[in-house]
Design a protein around this ligand. Sequence first.
Ligand SMILES: C[S@@+](CC[C@H](N)C(=O)[O-])C[C@H]1O[C@@H](n2cnc3c(N)ncnc32)[C@H](O)[C@@H]1O
Length: 235
Amino acid sequence: MQPGQDPQFIKNLFGSIAGTYDRANDAITFGMAHLWRGELVSWSSARIDSKILDCATGTGDLAFAFRRKVGREGSVVGIDFCPEMIELSQKKNSERGENIEFAVGDALKLNFSEALFDVTSIAYGIRNVADVSAALREMARVTRVGGEVMILETGEIANATLRAGVGFYFKNLVPRLGGWISGRRDAYEYLQKSSGAFPSGEKFCAVLMATGAFASAEYKSLMGGASYIYRAVVK
Ligand SMILES: C[S@@+](CC[C@H](N)C(=O)[O-])C[C@H]1O[C@@H](n2cnc3c(N)ncnc32)[C@H](O)[C@@H]1O
């Protein structure tokens, strides 16, 4: 895929909504995003003692879901290029008495050596990176051969009636709801637009395979395509 969005714009956008991100996300998805992150963890091969890297971790919810799976024997690292998000993830980490390592970092230039992790993940982040294919290759680089890159992202809803209903909700109500909670309606308008334009299902599997970094790529659609989980095995 071609390089897209301006990273500074994305960083500022998430910085401006970080403080209310969890509340808005729960309201917009009716708490479903938590279930879907759990589904990603279950579908991955993560087990007790696995080493996990969660990219674009935001306030860290996918990293916390992995922590429950890998236990204290495993290790979980979460990175995000938005310092306001990392501050919140670190606060949650200490409040919960967890020992996840959260740090500021860019998914396009990961500060880790090759093949360090068993599973590398990204939830609702891949469509926001400036160069999707470069980020996928970088995530594969730090993952061991036979390990997985796991992705959760919004997508296209297959059923036309459901698509119209959910489309109406996201186009008309989500920016109001997000704006009402965060005071930044423009941010939620942008996020909903970028979601509609992003490839999903077979199309995104083709993007994964075109990187040349994966032996296989498969997907699961959730709630008829409201979100998709991808599992790509590193070659
Ligand atoms: C919609 S939030 C998702 C947060 C979290 N993963 C979740 O499931 O709620 C997208 C996140 O991607 C981060 N992000 C976007 N581009 C990034 C990049 N190149 N490197 C690291 N983080 C990035 C943003 O700062 C933001 O926190």
